[in-house]
Design a protein around this ligand. Structure first.
Ligand SMILES: [Zn+2]
Length: 433
């Protein structure tokens, strides 16, 4: 009756010791104790079983290019963009494909099976697009890769960008991108938002813009993006990535802006690792954090999901493909350390991102795709605290990766012989135990 049963699973919603029956590539049953047997059974032993991580904002054309052709000396966003401009003419399809595939290997080990990647369309050769379309096909058996046509040097500011972006969409790129704060003027930025939303409406595509990635409180393109969303009837299909200027905006203005964003059903995508690294660079002290208003946006009912953005590229020399590292940083930057807060942060790495990316069949309900990860942690709070090993990564009912549990041998008289850090958290009264 089942091909695979996972037993004794703790689920992100708090259900514990549940069995999950898988038939073919779908979840066929989720129940307290499944009586049937299956040819393959995995005992999760009270560990967290979650749908896979989803990264709604990444740059797979730049990843793992760190040091090419040189390192970012100032560490700023603008030098990163300049550096990428130096590297771009030398890019080859083969090298792009190779680096992207290597990153996808890393992603799978971390249980990251859905990625939305921006693809720079500034070079009229569109070698980046050709390469990432090839990668999208190659990784399809194990990663759902969604591509965004991203005019890195500006839609109006860069000659040929309008044509190149449209050609990229013709070639099969999935989402319309933009970068209004990088256009020459505020009004050019607003015009680009209008033009790109119009393209999306005409082509029936979603939009995901790098929007207001600056400390300038007057960078208000998100307001225009929300307005155009409503005007073109694109509610729920538009994402505003970064939105860091909201950190520095006047509170009164924000009290008007957030309801407008809610009306437009904007998907909000902060990138905590990159935001804390790149924002506030013109500040002496105090230095702003640069993260958008995560708590307030969530409380207003907006769908917030976090992106990894960069891993070892011109903008960010660190990163690991681990979305729990992203969530860990988000907890600190947004100061969302309460129990309910941290559950919301876990959702922002999984179900919220799946909603942003319009992924079908995602989740743990009967009939969903059998895409699951087993973590060396009891629950989402422990997962965020420990960034634990992914004991098993399951894609469409098949185990495609696994890491043994992290257990340390302790050689101290009178103390335990082995230590597994995932068993050390005090049990909280709210855990219902
Ligand atoms: Zn980005």
């Amino acid at each position: 009756m089942f091909d695979l049963i996972i037993r004794n699973a703790n689920l992100p919603d708090g259900r514990s010791r549940v069995d999950i029956g898988i038939l073919g590539d779908k979840i066929a049953e989720v129940a307290a104790a499944i009586e049937a047997t299956a040819p393959e059974e995995i005992d999760a032993t009270g560990r967290l079983v979650s749908p896979p991580f989803v990264d709604p904002h990444f740059h797979m054309d730049a990843t793992l290019s760190l040091g090419l052709p040189r390192l970012n000396r100032s560490g700023t966003l603008l030098e990163g963009i300049a550096l990428w401009g130096e590297l771009r003419p030398t890019l080859t399809r083969e090298a792009l494909v190779e680096r992207a595939l290597r990153y996808c290997d890393l992603a799978v080990t971390q249980g990251l099976l859905h990625i939305r990647s921006h693809v720079d369309t500034s070079d009229p050769r569109l070698v980046t697009v050709e390469a990432l379309l090839e990668v999208r096909d190659k990784v399809a058996p194990y990663i759902d890769l969604q591509l965004v046509a991203f005019p890195q040097d500006g839609y109006f500011r860069s000659p040929g960008a309008v044509d190149a972006l449209n050609r990229a969409l013709d070639m099969g790129v999935d989402v319309v991108g933009g970068i209004p704060h990088f256009e020459r003027t505020m009004s050019d930025g607003a015009s680009s938002v209008e033009a790109l939303c119009r393209i999306a409406a005409e082509r029936g595509l979603p939009v995901d813009m790098h929007c207001d990635e600056t400390d300038d409180p007057m960078s208000r393109h998100i307001e225009t993006l929300a307005k155009e969303t409503i005007r073109f009837g694109l509610q729920g299909r538009i994402a505003g990535s970064h939105l860091t200027s909201m950190h520095s905006m006047d509170n009164y203005y924000v009290s008007k802006l957030i309801p407008l964003m809610a009306e437009a059903e904007i998907n909000v995508i902060p990138n905590p690792l990159i935001n804390i690294m790149l924002q506030g660079r013109h500040d002496t002290y105090p230095k702003r954090r640069g993260l958008t208003r995560v708590r307030e946006l969530m409380e207003a009912g907006l769908n917030v999901s976090f992106g990894h953005d960069c891993v070892m590229d011109p903008w960010y020399s660190m990163g690991s493909g681990d979305m729990l590292e992203v969530g860990h940083m988000a907890i600190h930057l947004a100061q969302m350390a309460g129990i309910e807060d941290r559950k919301k942060i876990f959702d922002a790495l999984t179900v919220n991102s799946a909603k942003t990316m319009e992924i079908e069949g995602y989740g743990l309900d009967r009939g969903c795709n059998a895409d699951l990860i087993i973590l060396q942690a009891r629950d989402p709070l422990e997962a965020l605290r420990l960034k634990p090993n992914r004991l098993a990564v399951i894609r469409r009912g098949k185990v495609i990766a696994g890491t043994p549990a992290r257990v340390t041998e302790l050689r101290i008289d009178g103390r335990p012989q082995v230590v597994d850090g995932s068993y050390y958290a005090p049990v909280l009264p709210t855990d219902g135990v």
